[in-house]
Design a protein around this ligand. Structure first.
Ligand code: C5P
Length: 223
């Protein structure tokens, strides 16, 4: 599919990786570059969609014609996504969201002089994708199509199927991550798990190609 098949559609894409403050200069982060999420936003805009891109700590230029909202932490990303999906037809959660954050970030820089460093106590972040699924299940106003990403290092398909069910999304794009796979590279390969349907295999190729297949699957569910 191509052309302007997403014209008149409003879509939300999250990209990048959240940072959870430990103190004013340090954070807990992850290896997401934002390349796949930016490819999704760029391809949707090229196909005519009105796109809001919620970008967490991405050092890439804003894609042309896309409304970019920059955030840092998981809590900020949640608020931005919930705000942006209000009138959306589809949401794609490509961001790597920290599962945990330090309970009480220190207000001043932790020093190495003095005592042994204390433990960093963590608390769970909200699962935004699961929340989107729950809102829809509860009959609240919701995007028609909800898509998640999952990076797995082992038992990729079994873990992915369990995650698709647990999060209540329509599609789950599962990639294997590890040495030279996915993170920071221009190429990606994935399996798209489909709720109540056959999985779709996407061979290794540019992240724009993977984005194209994902939007094909979404567009088919928006008619
Ligand atoms: O559970 P896991 O982190 O592997 O799930 C990945 C998917 O869930 C991604 O789509 C990610 O954007 C989303 N997620 C989320 N909120 C979290 C953790 C993950 O929305 N706290």
């Amino acid at each position: 599919g191509a052309g302007a098949d997403l014209a008149g559609r409003r879509v939300v894409v999250s990209a990048g990786g959240t940072r959870e403050a430990i103190d004013p200069v340090r954070f807990i982060g992850n290896r997401s570059s934002g390349l796949q999420g930016y490819a999704l936003a760029r391809v949707a805009a090229a196909r005519g969609a009105s796109v809001t891109l919620v970008a967490a700590n991405v050092s890439l230029p804003d894609p042309a014609g896309v409304d970019v909202v920059r955030v840092e932490s998981a809590l900020q990303l949640r608020d931005a996504v919930i705000d942006a999906v209000a009138d959306a037809d589809a949401v794609v959660m490509a961001a790597a969201v920290a599962d945990f954050r330090p309970v009480a970030p220190r207000l001043t820089k932790i020093k190495k002089t003095g005592d042994e460093p204390e433990a960093i106590h963590l608390t769970k972040n909200p699962d935004i994708l699961a929340e989107l699924g729950e809102r829809r299940r509860a009959g609240e106003k919701s995007p028609k199509v909800i898509v998640g990403f999952a990076a797995e290092t082992d038992d990729v398909l079994a873990n992915g199927q369990a995650k698709l069910a647990r999060k209540g999304c329509d599609l789950l794009v599962v990639n294997q991550v590890g040495e030279n796979l996915a993170f920071g590279t221009p190429d990606n390969a994935a399996t798209v798990l489909v709720a109540g349907g056959e999985a779709v295999e996407i061979p290794r190729g540019p992240k724009d190609d993977l984005a194209g297949v994902v939007w094909d699957l979404i567009a088919a569910r928006l008619v």
